[in-house]
Design a protein around this ligand. Structure first.
Ligand SMILES: [Zn+2]
Ligand SMILES: [Zn+2]
Length: 183
């Protein structure tokens, strides 16, 4: 994981006085592109210092990283059993994300051991690295763009026939999602 840049440090200081700041405000304040502002926010979230908010970022609530936390550690949204994504850290702790969207974006953080995604069809937890992902289908249960996980590519393709989107393995899914989110 990269250390925070000077600008990311300054954004964090702004957050400490204001609690919440939008991507547009960060962009205007530092005179940077929207994509750069989004990447700075992503870096702060991965460092566990902030959480995603609908239009920007807010300060991470104290105690956010505890294992019994019921909120998504990436966006602070409510975790639903149907879409939960669980990241096992090397130190034995666990971080839960609300859905594959946040889970995949969060996999870049340091110290990740394994990850489990919830199979969309059967509700079982499956190895996130071996899952097939459908991005951008019309079924949106949590964060946009929608990312759903399936036990096999065949099942993902069958789902895609009815509900659209594109099928990916894990690494390409992360790359595509980052492109879409301009990270
Ligand atoms: Zn989330
Ligand atoms: Zn979500």
């Amino acid at each position: 994981m990269q250390p925070l840049s000077d600008r990311q440090q300054q954004i964090l200081e702004l957050l400490q006085t204001r609690q919440r700041i939008s991507t547009e405000e960060i962009r205007a304040h530092f005179d940077i592109s929207p994509a750069t502002a989004s990447r700075d926010i992503h870096a702060l979230v991965l460092a566990g210092l902030a959480v995603k908010a609908s239009l920007g970022v807010k300060l991470a609530p104290p105690g956010e990283q505890s294992s019994q936390e019921k909120k998504c550690f990436y966006c602070n949204g409510t975790i639903k059993e149907r879409t939960v994504f669980i990241i096992q850290m090397e130190d034995g702790s666990q971080r839960s994300a609300c859905c594959c969207h946040c889970g995949l974006l969060a996999l870049e953080q340091a110290g990740v051991n394994t990850a489990l995604a919830c199979d969309f069809l059967y509700g079982r937890m499956i190895n996130a690295r071996q899952a097939a992902y459908v991005l951008g289908s019309t079924v949106n249960l949590c964060c946009e763009p929608s990312v759903l996980s399936f036990d096999s590519e065949e099942e993902a393709r069958r789902f895609q026939l009815g509900f659209g989107g594109d099928v990916y393995t894990m690494e390409p899914a992360i790359q595509k999602l980052k492109d879409l989110m301009r990270l």
